[in-house]
Write a protein that binds this ligand. Structure first.
Ligand code: SD4
Length: 332
């Protein structure tokens, strides 16, 4: 299995090196509809992409691993760990906004090139839920562990119990309590769930997704981010996709799975993300205040994104460096 994949990759590089594209030298930028370079074909080996501005520092950590010939699975774990561990980030890991009861409950998942996956949901007191998800994948016969069970498992694996409610997010929550109005506003602050997709030097794909979910959600609410097929999906023969935005709408369409299945039919990453977004638009009644964005990478290293509204962006790190790219959007 591994040999044939390596052979395919070598053949691919050989073709591109002797064809019009020199491997490792010339990425082709394709102009998106709105004039923003959104999708690119890179034939230069490792690539990592991740959602929102915080994708830039996350990619830096992932790239250190990828450029040293490390694995995609290590890259996507260590990359998003940086954001989980940042107390200033109010949508992921420590410092994440709490639920309406003041409890910070985290969702995360991870998936490798073999199709193995692990997930935790409604996990409290652990700074790096994606690393617990990886332990679920590697050390248990299960895919998903939630709530107290996930916390007990994490502690058993040596994770430290930490208070995740920072003074800053406590003040914001107390302020919210004055009106207790539940109005999810996604995308406005431009930092949200982080989803990361990576291809390593062997051409293997992996992905991760981690979030504190919707601010002031009902206690126990779980979004799309820890659900394999919704917030993240990886098929090493085809590509990988992840989602950000209002999770309920993504779950209803099996969003990331849908994007990967569309790419399986030969549809480009951007177009696949667009079709998935249109499925959501068609189904949801009120899309004015609702944002969803998908991010995808195919097996050729082509990447793309699409969102309902403007404002979604992602960071891409390849041999050309680490850049923020604005997603295409529908804005209907
Ligand atoms: C959720 N999808 O819990 C997450 C939130 C998010 O960008 O992605 N925000 O529904």
């Amino acid at each position: 299995m591994k040999t044939s994949k390596l052979k395919t990759r070598r053949e691919f590089l050989k073709i591109t090196a002797t064809g019009t594209i020199a491997a490792g030298v010339l990425p082709i930028l394709m102009e998106a509809k709105n004039g923003i370079p959104n999708s690119s074909l890179s034939v230069s080996g490792p690539i990592v992409i991740s959602t929102w501005n915080h994708g830039l520092p996350a990619n830096e950590a992932a790239w250190k691993i990828l450029s040293a010939k490390g694995t995609a699975i290590d890259a996507v774990e260590k990359g998003v760990n940086v954001i989980e561990s940042d107390p200033e980030n109010t949508s992921v890991g420590i410092g994440g906004a709490p639920d309406r009861d003041g409890r910070v409950t985290l969702d995360a998942c991870i998936m490798n090139h073999n199709g193995d996956c692990g997930s935790v949901a409604c996990l409290e007191h652990i700074v790096n839920p994606v690393s617990v998800a990886r332990m679920v994948m590697e050390k248990t016969p299960h895919v998903m562990i939630v709530g107290d069970g996930a916390l007990a498992f994490a502690i058993d694996q040596g994770f430290k119990k930490t208070d995740l409610l920072t003074p800053k997010s406590k003040i914001a929550w107390k302020e919210w309590l004055k009106s207790s109005q539940y109005k999810p506003v996604i995308n406005i602050e431009n930092h949200d769930t982080i989803g990361m997709l990576a291809m390593d030097h062997l051409g293997n794909l992996s992905g991760s997704c981690t979030t504190s979910g919707l601010a002031y959600k009902m206690h126990g609410r779980v979004g799309d981010s820890p659900i394999i097929g919704a917030g993240l999906f990886v098929d090493n023969e085809v590509g990988a996709a992840c989602a950000t935005g209002l999770g309920e709408t993504v779950i209803r369409q099996c969003g990331s799975f849908l994007v990967v299945e569309l790419m399986r039919q030969g549809i480009s990453p951007t177009e696949a993300c667009k079709i998935a977004v249109e499925r959501i638009i068609k189904h949801e009644k009120n899309i004015k205040d609702l944002q969803v964005g998908f991010l995808a990478m195919n097996k050729k290293g082509e990447t793309g994104a699409y969102a309902i509204h403007s404002g979604f962006n992602y960071a891409k790190y390849d041999t050309n460096g680490n850049k923020l790219i604005d997603s295409d959007f529908s804005d209907r």
